[in-house]
Design a binder for this molecule. Sequence first.
Ligand code: FES
Ligand SMILES: [Fe+2]
Length: 360
Amino acid sequence: MATTAEYELGEFTFPRGWFMIAESAKVTDTPQGVKFFGQEFALYRGKQSGKVILLDAYCPHMGTHLGRNSTSYVSMDGAVEGDSIRCPYHAWRFGPDGKCNQIPYSTGPIPPAAKVRAWQVQEHMGAVFVWHDPEGGEPDYELPVIPECGDPSWVPIAFDDLGVVNCHTQEILDNITDVAHFGPIHGSTTKYFENEFRGQVAVQRMGGGHRTLTTEGGPLLETTATYTGPSLLITKMTGTHDSYIYIAHTPVDDGSAYVWHGLMVKSPTGQPAYTEQDVEIARQYQAMALAAFAQDFEVWKYKRPNIRGLYVQGDGPFLKQRAWYRQFYNPRSMRDEILKPVEGIYHARGMDGAPTTQAA
Ligand code: FES
Ligand SMILES: [Fe+2]
């Protein structure tokens, strides 16, 4: 694994953006410990509001982890009270704003330093996201909405939790520009391919055959894969079934990432409201999509870092993509300067662009 500094991405070790940290369904009123951006956090769902709360992990009293305990009587009796959480060691209680609001055994005042940082989180399409910004600013973009989310004719998203991969997120980002891997890795016969970079968005448009996701002589598999920010990739796919692939990756340490995969599928049997049979077919299709993603994942797991690739004609606009990714590792004030030489549409040499767009 290599670090952000080795890829020369910018002055921040971890990027700015919205990052998935959990599946919504897995966040309950039992606190859990999670690690992202090289830091420990406590994550739980408030009993009173039902809202997800993310706090810095360590209690200011004596440094106990608020999210990694199961044997204290505080934990066994339920550490979450209303929207507050009690430390398992001496039972100080912290509100959703991170401020200590009760010290059960002390009659003196609560010291102002008795607080932990509370992070900005939101639940979005079945997942929990945190806003991470080394400059401490407010979000400068919104998470994308899949228009069919909540439509009864679509089988809702289900997630595959892929855990930690020991490679820098840059190697995962590279995938969006990697036109030449589709044939060897996925068995695709690429008919057209292009990338577009605009602001915080990076797009890949591709069409062709695919050995696992469509049948021989079957419909053309057409995908539009869109990064909104540095970590969430949503791919609209038409082929055997209309679907959206959801891939989210969040840095754990400098050089590793937590990865989720998910799929939303339009009722395969064409029902206005999806049925159990649709769910079954959708899950089989998801397993195939996951198998396709696992083909990439296996490479990332074992490869050495690609700090400076030996790129040749036909490789796709890797350097543009890496330059685009730098916007998230540098102060916002540098964004325009970073994006100026990057924004536009790029075709891989020898490959047609998408039928719906024009070359820049
Ligand atoms: S260490 Fe948390 S209450 Fe003492
Ligand atoms: Fe791939």
